[in-house]
Design a protein around this ligand. Structure first.
Ligand SMILES: [Zn+2]
Length: 182
């Protein structure tokens, strides 16, 4: 790539670039080595009859577009309505990461996250919403910075029951509470 762009790969500043790029790519695409279903195997049943929506919102999402190999940066919101068993919330974020650290298109990424949670936890419903900017559109091509793409996959009660879906959307519309993050 350096030579193709017109660079001299022997220039001092570029000597270690190939190995740095390989290490970066190993991190960007480490999701292929993770089995997302295994992440959800450990569940908890002592939830004292908790039977409302569990929502993890504003999960930072970093992926790469499979058409241009450039970043897709955004956030994911993951919700499910548990049927007796819940999973550690960090595991939901790990599932998002396992699928986003691959070559992706946003539509499939959204479906894969939702389908995995739904099939492993067997909740009453699962919902995944992703908002992301695609650098293949913002930094090249049509050059439309600020444009974001929103995709969603609703399963079970989130698909069939408009009250449940509305409740989820109102939870998402509340102002963020990231100040608790300390
Ligand atoms: Zn692209």
């Amino acid at each position: 790539m350096l030579r193709w762009a017109g660079e001299d790969p022997a220039r001092e500043g570029l000597l270690d670039t190939p190995s740095r790029v390989v290490r970066s790519y190993e991190e960007f695409f480490e999701g292929y080595a993770v089995n997302p279903e295994e992440l959800l195997q450990r569940t908890f049943s002592e939830v004292d009859d908790y039977d409302e929506i569990v929502l993890l919102r504003d999960i930072r999402l970093e992926s790469h577009c499979e058409h241009h190999m450039v970043p897709i940066i955004g956030r994911a919101h993951v919700a499910y309505l548990p049927r007796k068993r819940v999973v550690g919330i960090s595991k939901l974020a790990r599932v998002v990461e396992a699928y986003s650290r691959r070559f992706q298109i946003q539509e499939r990424l959204t479906s894969q996250i939702a389908n995995t949670i739904d099939s492993v936890l067997e909740p009453y419903g699962t919902a995944v919403i992703i908002e992301a900017g695609h650098q293949c559109m913002t930094t090249r091509g049509v050059h439309r910075p600020g444009v974001s793409m929103v995709t969603s996959r609703m399963l079970g009660v989130f698909r069939d029951n408009s009250d449940t879906r509305r409740e989820l959307l109102s939870m998402l519309n509340r102002p963020g509470m990231n100040d608790f993050s300390a």
